[in-house]
Ligand binder design. Sequence first.
Ligand SMILES: [Zn+2]
Length: 420
Amino acid sequence: MGKYTLKCLQCGSEYQGDYRLKCDHDNSFLRANYHTKQLALKRTKGMGKFYDWLPIHKQLDTDAAPITYKSEELARELGLTNLYIGFSGYWPERGALVRTCSFKELEAHPTMQRLKEAGGSAIVVASVGNTARAFAHVSAMTGIDVHIVVPHSGLSRMWLPEEPTDSIHLIRMAEGNDYTDAIYLADRIAQLPGIMSEGGAKNVARRDGMGTVMLDAAVTIKRIPDHYFQAVGSGTGAISAWEAAIRLRCDGRFGKHFPKLQIAQNLPFAPMLSAWNAGRREIIPQIDMPDPKKDIGEMYADVLSNRAPPYSVTGGLFDALSATNGLMYGITNDEAKEAKSLFELLEGIDILSPSAVAVASLIKAVRAGNVAKDDVILLNIAGGGTERLKQDYSLTMMHPIASAKNPDVPLDDLIQSGKY
Ligand SMILES: [Zn+2]
């Protein structure tokens, strides 16, 4: 008897929990249905304490985990009395030890563990930066091979808190290619023998790993928050927060309400915002992202640039926003930069650009009256502490083993240069 089954959110088909990414009948999300309905925290370091609701059968060996604390300074500035910060990054003074400095690492640990348990030995991921660091770090820790496709714009983010290992295979894409091109090439590489796709948002290990931010908040605050703020590119983190809240409601000890998802995209590239504001489940490229490459080039937080986000899919972001009476915001570069300075000054830790977008959306929400003074608010600071990390670690850059001109490049060329 497994620990969980996978259930299709469209047709209801159920599957035993193996490394399955999709239903046999449709393209809907599968969701993990854990047999344990009340969360019992395990006495262990790191995110493994949420083992009950992670799709793995052996315990994780990492001290990385999200932390939650009650804000004083930013809360006072905004006139809020119950503002909680969910922080995934490096901030040892508060017990935050995510050394790749983003909540992508919360996805990588259970995803690699799930792959290993299913007999896989190599995985391919596409990334603009944070996901690459996360999977490379776990690869260095576990020896599981990871192939990483990164667009040129992400190369500066390819650092690690340790020496890169031979298990990390970095493929650089030439200038002019964006995140979605990287996803396309990664999908092609996943067809090669012995390499498995990480599946993106379709992989329950990724979603439930990210969902630990909401779990940590609920066990810290002792209830489900009223509002959840996060910046989104694919929206997977917000979907994960919603799914975690579904499980917490079922648990019964944390309240029966949903957190209102209040999420933000960085203008000018905001296809989900455009579709959501028009009341549409479908993203229509001509309307919602008429000039994507140009707009992505102008973004401050360019890691939030997914041209094919899991928005329309059953169980995706549209459903998450609908179920939680959610809201979306568009944040300009200037608003994000201003919010970053304010947060760093008041809270005392550096944050990554997507988190700056999240802070800006909270400021907007307060001004618009979309939160009340005493509401319980969770602000997901999904990445931060890189400057703090540099005080304790010397960072090393990963070096590409192969280059791709475009997503249609012959795989033979890559294979030759990439020692596949
Ligand atoms: Zn189905």
